[in-house]
Design a protein around this ligand. Sequence first.
Ligand SMILES: [Zn+2]
Length: 89
Amino acid sequence: NRLLLVPTAGYGENAYYDRMSKSLQFYWFVADAGRVNTCESSDIVNHEFGHAVLDGLRPYYFESILNETGAFHEFMGDLTALLMAFRNN
Ligand SMILES: [Zn+2]
């Protein structure tokens, strides 16, 4: 299994893990300082990667209709980004 990375999936202030295509989709937008590519943010990349890892470990969590399960998914994304930030010198 491979995880595909799509660095410029489209325009918008968003990025997400797409289970169907097994990919991380990153969007871009224009801010006051110019073009912002969400794929250039390690926090965003690692957050989305956390969703992919959790989906690989616990696939039914992705299908749950409970808000708490969705919140747990977001927690794992944020925790992954946080741990990777600590690792980055
Ligand atoms: Zn998320």
